[in-house]
Design a protein around this ligand. Structure first.
Ligand SMILES: Nc1ncnc2c1ncn2[C@@H]1O[C@H](COP(=O)(O)OP(=O)(O)OP(=O)(O)O)[C@@H](O)[C@H]1O
Ligand SMILES: [Mg+2]
Length: 464
C-alpha cells in the first residue's frame, strides 16, 4: 500500500503552506482544508490514504472529524497534530483510533517517519487480508471425482507434488486448475511455506512487472515506498503464475531469466535478489498455437512445460457429475441455510449429458442458483439448473438476417455482450467463449465502453 493522497487539516495558513510544500515533493496528491466543515466536505466526496489533522480547529476538533470518519466504510488513518497545550486531546484521539500523533513544532523528518510507518502498517494489513482469503480457499480444497481421467490426474499429482519440478496445468476455464495447483503445494515439502498466486490476466500490463518482482522507492510515479513482489513473497514456497498465456512478451523474457538464473532485481533497483521458489503455471489457451502466432516465447514454454498436466473438460468425465452435484448441493444448502433439495434421476441424467462449457465452475454456479430457488419438498428438475443455455438460443436466432444483423461491427458487439452476459461478467471466461485473447477482449471493451456498461474497465494510472 502506497500513500498517495493526503488530506491536511489545519487552520493556520502558514502551517498548511509548509506542510503542502514538503508533502507535495513526496506524494502525488496533497489537499488542504482550514476548517472542520471544509475537511468534512472533502472526506465525503474523495478518497484519502491518510489525514493529517490538527486537534483544535475554529469550528470543532480533530477528534470529532476522526469519529465521523470512523463511522464510514473504510476510514483513512488519522495522524493528529497537537500543540504543547493539546497533547492530552491528541492522546485521547489515539484511544479512539487515531493512528499516530505529532507534537508541534515537528521536523519534516519526523513527519516522514510517521507516514512511512503508516505505509508499513497498511502493507502488513493488506498481506494479512490476502493470506486470510487464501486460507479460506484452502479449506475447501479437495479434488472430487472418481472418473478415470480424474484418477489419472490425481495419480500424476501424487507423483510430482513432492518434487520441485515446474508443472504446467492446462485445461478449459473452470476445470479446476487452481485447485490442482493448491493440491500440488499442499502435498509438497514446501507446504508450510507460502503459496502465492499471481493472476497474469487480472493485473494491468503496466503493473504486472512490479507485482512479480517488486519495486524500489521512486521507481515510477506513485512508487512512494519499496515493495516486495510475489517472487519474494513466495521465497521457500510455491509461486503459481495463473493464466501465464496472458503475460506480455517483454515480461516473458524477464521471467525466463529468473527461471534460468534464479535471480532478479526489483523494478528501479540494481540490487540482485536470489530466491528459492517452485513454479507452477496454468493456461486455458493453446500455448503452442500462441508460439506460432508469436505471442508466447518458445524457450519459456520449454522451461515451464517440464511436466504438463491436462485437466479434462467436465463433459469428458460425466461420471464426476454425481459426486460434484452431491457436494455442491450439500455445501450451498448449508451455506444459505436451506433444506437439502433432492434431484430426480432423469434430471441427473440430463445434467450428465449437458455440455458444461464453463465446466465445474458452471456446474457449481447453477447448483447454487437451483438451491436458492428450490421450493421445500419439490425435487429439482432440469429447468432449475437452467440447462437450456443462452448459446443455443443465440444460435437459433434470426433465420433470415436483417441488414442490421449483417453488419459485422454490430455482430461483434452483440457477440461480446452475449459472452459477457453468459460468463456473468468474467472476462477470462468471456474471452474463451469468443475464442480471442483476454487482452484482445480488453482492447475491444476499452475501445467501446458501451459494449459492457455493467462491467467496469481497468483504470489506467494517470501520471502525477
Ligand atoms: N474436482 C473438483 N472437485 C471439487 N471442486 C472443484 C473441482 N474442480 C473444480 N472445482 C471447483 O470449481 C471452481 C473452479 O475451479 P478452479 O478455479 O480451480 O478452475 P480453473 O481451471 O482455475 O478456472 P479458470 O480457468 O476460470 O481460472 C472452484 O470453485 C473449484 O473449487
Ligand atoms: Mg484459475
Amino acid at each position: 500500500m502506497r500513500i498517495e493522497r493526503i488530506l491536511v487539516v489545519d487552520d493556520e495558513p502558514g502551517v498548511l503552506e509548509l506542510l503542502r510544500d514538503f508533502l507535495s515533493e513526496k506524494v502525488p496528491c496533497v489537499v488542504c482544508a482550514a476548517s472542520c466543515a471544509a475537511a468534512r466536505a472533502l472526506l465525503a466526496e474523495r478518497v484519502f490514504d491518510l489525514v493529517l489533522c490538527d486537534v483544535l480547529l475554529p469550528d470543532g476538533t480533530g477528534g470529532e472529524l476522526l469519529r465521523e470518519a470512523q463511522a464510514g466504510k473504510s476510514p483513512p488513518p488519522f495522524i493528529m497534530m497537537s500543540g504543547q497545550g493539546t497533547i492530552e486531546s491528541a492522546t485521547e484521539a489515539m484511544r479512539e483510533g487515531a493512528a499516530d500523533y505529532l507534537v508541534k513544532p515537528f521536523q519534516n523528518d519526523q513527519l516522514e517517519v510517521a507516514i512511512r510507518r503508516q505505509e508499513r502498517w497498511q502493507r502488513l494489513t493488506d498481506e494479512n487480508a490476502y493470506l486470510h482469503g487464501e486460507i479460506a480457499q484452502e479449506i475447501s480444497g479437495e479434488l472430487l471425482g472418481e472418473s478415470a481421467p480424474l484418477q489419472a490426474v490425481k495419480q500424476l499429482i501424487a507423483q510430482v507434488a513432492a518434487t520441485d519440478a515446474t508443472v504446467l496445468i492446462l485445461g478449459e476455464s473452470g476445470t479446476g486448475k487452481e485447485l490442482v495447483a493448491r493440491a500440488l503445494h499442499r502435498l509438497s515439502l514446501r507446504k508450510d511455506k507460502p503459496f502465492i498466486r499471481l493472476n497474469c490476466a487480472a493485473i494491468p500490463e503496466n503493473l504486472l512487472e512490479s507485482e512479480m518482482f517488486g519495486h524500489e522507492r521512486g521507481a515510477f510515479t506513485g512508487a512512494f515506498s519499496r515493495r516486495s513482489g510475489r517472487f519474494e513473497m513466495a521465497n521457500g514456497g510455491t509461486l503459481l503464475l495463473d493464466e501465464i498465456s496472458e503475460m506480455p512478451l517483454a515480461l516473458q523474457s524477464k521471467l525466463l531469466r529468473v527461471i534460468q538464473e534464479r535471480e532478479f532485481e526489483r523494478v528501479g533497483g540494481n540490487h540482485t535478489l536470489r530466491v528459492d521458489v517452485r513454479l507452477l503455471a496454468t493456461s486455458n489457451r493453446d500455448l503452442e498455437q500462441q508460439i506460432r502466432e508469436g505471442s508466447f516465447r518458445e524457450d519459456l514454454y520449454y522451461r515451464i512445460n517440464v511436466i504438463p498436466l491436462r485437466l479434462p473438460p467436465l463433459r469428458a468425465r460425466a461420471q464426476d457429475i454425481e459426486p460434484l452435484l452431491a457436494h455442491f448441493l450439500r455445501h450451498f444448502a448449508e451455506h444459505h441455510g436451506k433444506p437439502l433439495p433432492t434431484v430426480r434421476p432423469e434430471t441427473l441424467e440430463r445434467l450428465r449429458r449437458a455440455p458444461w462449457p464453463g465446466n465445474v465452475r458452471e456446474l457449481q454456479n447453477s447448483v447454487e442458483r437451483a438451491v436458492l430457488l428450490a421450493r421445500p419438498g419439490v425435487p429439482l428438475d432440469s429447468a432449475d439448473f437452467s440447462l437450456a443455455s443462452s448459446a443455443t438460443a443465440f444460435a437459433a436466432a434470426a433465420p433470415t438476417p436483417s441488414s442490421e444483423d449483417l453488419n459485422l461491427e454490430n455482430t461483434e458487439k452483440r457477440l461480446i455482450r452475449a459472452a459477457l452476459e453468459r460468463s456473468g461478467g468474467r472476462r477470462t471466461e468471456a474471452a474463451r467463449l469468443l475464442g480471442i485473447s483476454l487482452r484482445a477482449l480488453h482492447y475491444k471493451i476499452r475501445a467501446d465502453p458501451e459494449i459492457s456498461p455493467g462491467f467496469s474497465v481497468w483504470h489506467e494510472k494517470s501520471p502525477g
